[in-house]
Design a protein around this ligand. Structure first.
Ligand code: KG4
Ligand code: ZN
Length: 347
């Protein structure tokens, strides 16, 4: 069958079985997606990134909630129309209920509850972190646990073992800043834009990562935890000793060294987790997994170790709703109308 015909056949399979409408509003991206009933394929994935926060150098919670409120309807409609479906063909609604900014989460949860109630549909509350990991099932629909998972985002940096019954057990986490937060704060110190991860990555392009030495938090500690506060302080002290001109000259090298320290901290601990748990596969997810240098390093190291590595494409690493739909089959479904008292939680 030609590619187009295969796609059409797959789509019609979905028409016959009601699809999942997924909503994600935990931070500063307003997201909706349509996902196949088995959670392994996205039929649409709409992300509206709020640009309002750039001028503040970080996400302003109240601004985020208001922007979600203004955008969500249109984003849900676009997710339906991109998938060429109507609300009649939706069989369940999945929504991020935790963790995240409480006001932002509440906008998504209220919308999901209203839609589900109006259509008498079941509702699936999804944990945002489980969503990040589930993005791997969209990237590789044949993937099954057991595997170890590294989540590195703006709010979280943690390692999990995912068991054959899809449960996530925490193996280690950051003791202070998240990896993405360290990149965002580093970028701010360097006078680069927000979000900091992509900005540092761009600035580091022609830099020499060995010109400035940066500490790798908990590098030789025999555990699976992370720490990024020393890295940040180290950059601060280096900058204090430089004038404007020096900073301008050293910027690519500082960015490259800083990024390399984050990449090394993450890859070291992931490889240690693979080794300790004798894991046949590893998943890397969350916004920082969009980083090219991290991806290249891990591809090389996992190939050497003979470990199957799944890193979703960058648009499935950063916040999106397709990953929330992908996690829905492994989350508890609440039937109509028992979800009316369902609440969001910040942690
Ligand atoms: O998962 P995410 O979109 O939102 C949270 O749940 O936090 O992650 C956002 C984080 C930000 O800190 C951002 O700087 C970082 O992911 N990030 C990157 C890249 N793209 C986004 N970090 C490094 N390289 C990137 N290309
Ligand atoms: Zn996230």
């Amino acid at each position: 069958m030609a590619d187009g015909a295969v796609r059409e056949a797959e789509r019609s399979k979905c028409y016959n079985r009601p699809v999942i409408l997924a909503i994600e509003t935990s931070c500063d991206d307003t997201c909706a997606a349509i996902v196949a009933p088995d959670g392994r394929r996205a039929l649409s994935n709409v992300v509206h990134t709020q640009t309002e926060h750039a001028r503040y150098g970080g996400v302003v919670p109240e601004v985020a909630s208001r922007a979600h409120l203004e955008r969500l309807d249109g984003v849900v409609q676009k997710a339906l129309s991109d998938a060429d479906l109507s609300l009649d063909e939706v069989g369940s609604i999945a929504v991020t209920t935790r963790p995240g900014l409480i006001g932002a989460l509440l906008v998504g949860v209220a919308a999901a509850k209203s839609l589900a109630y109006a259509r008498q549909l079941p509702l699936v509350p999804v944990n945002h972190l489980e969503g990040h990991v589930a993005a791997a099932y969209l990237a590789d629909p044949t993937l099954e646990p057991p595997f170890v998972a590294l989540i590195a985002s703006g709010g979280h940096t943690a390692l999990y073992s995912v068991t054959p019954d899809y449960k996530m057990n925490l193996l280690g986490e950051t003791l202070d800043d998240a990896a993405g937060e360290a990149l965002d704060k580093g970028a701010r110190m360097l006078g680069l834009g927000f979000p900091g991860g992509p900005a540092i990555s761009r600035a580091a392009h022609d830099g020499d990562r060995d010109r400035h030495e940066f500490p790798i938090g908990l590098r030789d500690r025999n555990n699976l935890d992370f720490s990024f506060s020393g890295l940040k302080t180290s950059l601060l002290y280096k900058l204090k000793e430089m004038d404007r001109e020096q900073l301008h000259e050293e910027l690519p090298h500082l960015a490259a060294g800083y990024q390399a320290a984050v990449v090394e901290a993450l890859s070291r601990k992931l490889l240690r987790a693979i080794d300790l748990h004798d894991a046949p596969a590893a998943v890397v997810a969350g916004g920082v997994a969009a980083n090219t240098s991290l991806r290249q390093t891990l591809e090389l190291e996992c190939a050497k170790a003979g470990t199957r590595l799944v890193i979703p494409p960058p648009d499935l690493c950063t916040d999106n709703a397709a990953m929330i739909g992908a996690a829905a089959p492994y989350s508890v479904t609440i039937s109509y109308p028992e979800y009316l008292s369902l609440n969001a939680r910040s942690v």
